[in-house]
Ligand binder design. Sequence first.
Ligand code: FAD
Length: 373
Amino acid sequence: MTDLPAKPVKKPKRVLPERFVPYKGVWVFIEHEHGHVHPVSWELLGKGRELADKLGVDLAGVLIGAPDPKINALIDDAAAYGADLCYLMQDQVLHDYRNQPYTAAITTLVNTYQPEILLLGATTQGRDLAGSVATTRLTGLTADCTGLEIDLSDRSLLSSRPTFGGSLMCTIVNLATRPQMATVRPRVMPMPTRDPSRKCRVIEHPLELAEDKIVTKVTSFIPDSKADKPQLAFADYIVAGGRGMAKPENFDLLFNLAKTLGAEIGASRPAVHAGWADNERQVGQSGKTVRPKLYIAAGISGAVQHRVGMEGADVIAAINVDANAPIFQFSNYALIGNALEILPALQTAFARRLARTRARLAAESATNGKENA
Ligand code: FAD
């Protein structure tokens, strides 16, 4: 036995292996369906721009689908959100999303142009596609990342995500294969600023895959019946309730405040499990990631699994009877007290304030109208 302190372990410095040198560029899969682009694609272009600038390479959008003149508008959008170029693959077999032709399309592009990083949204389509592209290419994929950085010593992508049920954060590095792949959930990355003056190059590539080689067929397209419902992930204002709301009737207090604010309702997992709110309203690790301007959390303790879904909010106001509740460690406003009393008081205060603002705006617009007459 010795009292000498242990010697610090020297980590070997990593260098880029020779076989990875040809791999260049950061790619983002642009998910679009029936003319609508999933906003996570633009969020990823924002993050991809940062990564590409660090690496000193181009940022590319990957657009695949059936031949369609409207694709030019999507290329312009990709440029406006930061892409230097777009890889475009158009073929009738790519009309609707099917795993087999989409995997073939992406794999063909990856084999031909060799990107070092490929990012996809952690949407239903993105998760399905990322898994099969990674398996086909025999490369590594980190799913549901919450942070992406670059280690310039060997150009590695450092992909961070919660692990062990959300109790730890880990950083995963793929040292063995290229491209390095990651999926990121909607709203985890901020939306980049659009610059419509930006233009990008386009590289078109054919897909050699006949329809009779594809095993799945699309017989009809049934739009998602929930598509026209407000989407929690994209709401600017959210009023959320947790187990502290105690019973379903108390959720009415959240609905009343949400109505006054024009907000969406969110919930913690226990509140959803108790049947006080629909599944689609769950915020957190196994629910939605949200990034509103204001998140009001009532009777929510702030467990890490809830926190990872809402800490991207601009302002968090927490209502809790327990002054030591973890949520107060990362909220901007701490309202210590009974949510059943504070929620109605907030609603009255907001309603008064909004009525005053509306009256002032109406008076201003009437004055402007008279001046212009
Ligand atoms: P509690 O932790 O029980 O907190 C209730 C809070 O209400 C307490 O802080 C209490 O002081 C306060 N309170 C009580 N009465 C009042 C009152 N009258 N007024 C004001 N405050 C009051 N959780 C999620 O939310 N989302 C997820 O996606 C999610 N995914 C998970 C995934 C895994 C793998 C695991 C293991 C867990 C997950 N959880 C998730 C559960 C998570 O660990 C917590 O158990 C959960 O977030 C706690 O919910 P809560 O804050 O509503 O309840």
